[in-house]
Design a protein around this ligand. Structure first.
Ligand SMILES: [Fe+2]
Ligand SMILES: [Fe+2]
Length: 166
């Protein structure tokens, strides 16, 4: 089989599993909220299984290059999403006057801009000489270096909303 065909079909499988993973986590959360802990647990278990599938399929994606090249690719991807993709979605959300969508899309766009900046710093070897640790805001996806800030600079949540990334 042509490599490109294989990449296309494995990408489709990956996207389906990734979507299922997050949908099932949302089902689990709803189950907990509505008082169905056992069903919530089942949804979480299957969500974890779909995550395993997505991870396995991801090994076939053609976009995983060498670590010499990946930061540049990741920088371009972040620059595209914060400069083009999210602004387009935000224009649509504004047209719909959908406040919740506007909030979440804005918070994500700002976080993506920050991600791009972190890659840029890495590309400029500003982080090459030291090992820093990162903390991610579980509310909005902001990435902080070295320590969790008292308040998330993007969404305003307290330091407790940050999770240290191993
Ligand atoms: Fe990002
Ligand atoms: Fe945040």
């Amino acid at each position: 089989m042509m490599t490109r065909q294989r990449t296309a079909l494995m990408t489709e499988a990956f996207l389906g599993e990734a979507r299922a993973h997050f949908r099932l986590l949302a089902y689990a959360q709803r189950g907990d909220e509505e008082g169905y802990p056992q069903l919530a647990r089942l949804f979480r278990a299957i969500a974890e299984a779909e995550r395993v599938h997505a991870r396995n399929h991801a090994s076939f994606l053609d976009s995983v290059g060498s670590t010499q090249k990946n930061p540049q690719a990741a920088f371009h991807s972040e620059t595209f999403v914060n400069g083009v993709a999210y602004p387009r979605l935000l224009r649509e959300a504004w047209a719909l006057d959908d406040k919740a969508a506007i909030w979440y899309l804005t918070a994500a766009r700002n976080a993506e801009e920050r991600h791009a900046k972190l890659y840029k710093m890495a590309l400029q070897h500003m982080v090459a000489d030291r090992l820093s640790v990162y903390f991610v805001c579980e509310n909005c996806g902001w990435v902080a270096e070295d320590a969790a800030p008292d308040l998330c600079p993007n969404c305003g949540k307290p330091a407790a909303s940050f999770r240290r990334v191993p």
